[in-house]
Ligand binder design. Structure first.
Ligand SMILES: [Zn+2]
Length: 281
């Protein structure tokens, strides 16, 4: 599942390719991937894509009324969650564009390019809003602060009230938005904190360390294009490179890179967790 670094790479790709372009037509090939109004105007037809906003693993294409006056109505905003297998690919022209059964939405752009939302397993989807304010008030209000900007005090406040294992608490998007299975395991190993420790037993000092390390790991992963395990690709179809730097994720049974002990496996909150008993307490 794409986590913050992968989603951030998608946003960076969109900023370079579709921002500033006008949506001339929208082909909705499968309506049930859209929650909210499915009207082409709600999906930005006739609008200039003004910018891309992101919070955690979700992002939004923000429209602006086109000066060409293609369509009436207020500037819309489309929130996208990639789920497990969702992707958003940009094709500069139609020569290489081959929509298949899993291509659910295609935005036609005024320079001849296409933006395609594809999601074979359909755990992802789109939510349409008539403004960014309404997206923030109704949907993003349920999310915690973004993992790149959360303060130690805020993180500590979110952890101090829960008895859940730290792994489960950090996966909770209401505590901190953007982390998933990979980066939580890497973060906890990097900080020497056990994933099994109850949230309320994490001190403010440890929260400071968690926040510092979180930023380092996420920024490094963003720079390397994110992690590709199975299907993640960016808007140009490229895979990420950070999976080669995973120190614990996917390595259960192998020796710890720090102390040589065998890495352990646990199921926490129904998710695979890998950690070292020697290095994490
Ligand atoms: Zn170790």
């Amino acid at each position: 599942m794409p986590e913050l670094p992968e989603v951030e790479n998608v946003c960076l790709g969109l900023a370079q390719t579709v921002v500033g372009q006008t949506v001339t037509r929208v082909s909705l090939r499968r309506a049930d991937v859209v929650r909210g109004s499915c009207r082409p105007t709600a999906l930005l037809r006739g609008q200039v894509i003004q910018r891309i906003d992101r919070l955690g693993k979700q992002f939004a294409l923000v429209g602006q009324q086109s000066t060409k006056g293609e369509s009436p109505g207020s500037p819309a905003c489309v929130c996208i969650h990639l789920g497990m297998t969702g992707s958003l690919r940009f094709y500069p022209n139609t020569r290489t564009f081959r929509p298949d059964n899993h291509t659910h939405i295609v935005w036609h752009l005024d320079d001849g390019g296409r933006l395609a939302f594809r999601d074979p397993r359909r755990f992802g989807g789109l939510w349409t809003f008539d403004s960014v304010a309404s997206l923030k008030e109704t949907r993003w209000v349920k999310l915690g602060e973004d993992a790149l900007t959360i303060t130690p005090t805020r993180l500590h406040a979110g952890l101090s009230t829960t008895q859940r294992a730290l792994k489960a608490a950090l996966l909770d998007q209401a505590v901190v938005a953007g982390l998933g299975n990979i980066y939580v395991d890497e973060l906890l190993f990097g900080c020497g904190v056990s994933p099994l420790r109850p949230g309320y037993k994490v001190s403010l000092r440890e929260s400071q360390r968690l926040v510092r390390k979180m930023r380092v790991i996420l920024k490094r992963a963003i720079k390397l294009g994110g992690s590709t395990l199975r299907d993640y690709v960016d808007t140009s179809g490229r895979s990420g490179g950070f999976q080669l730097q995973h120190r614990v994720y996917g390595r259960s049974g192998q020796p710890c890179m720090s102390c040589g002990r065998e890495l352990l496996y646990a199921a926490i909150a129904g998710r695979t967790t890998v950690y070292c008993r020697g290095c994490q307490s």
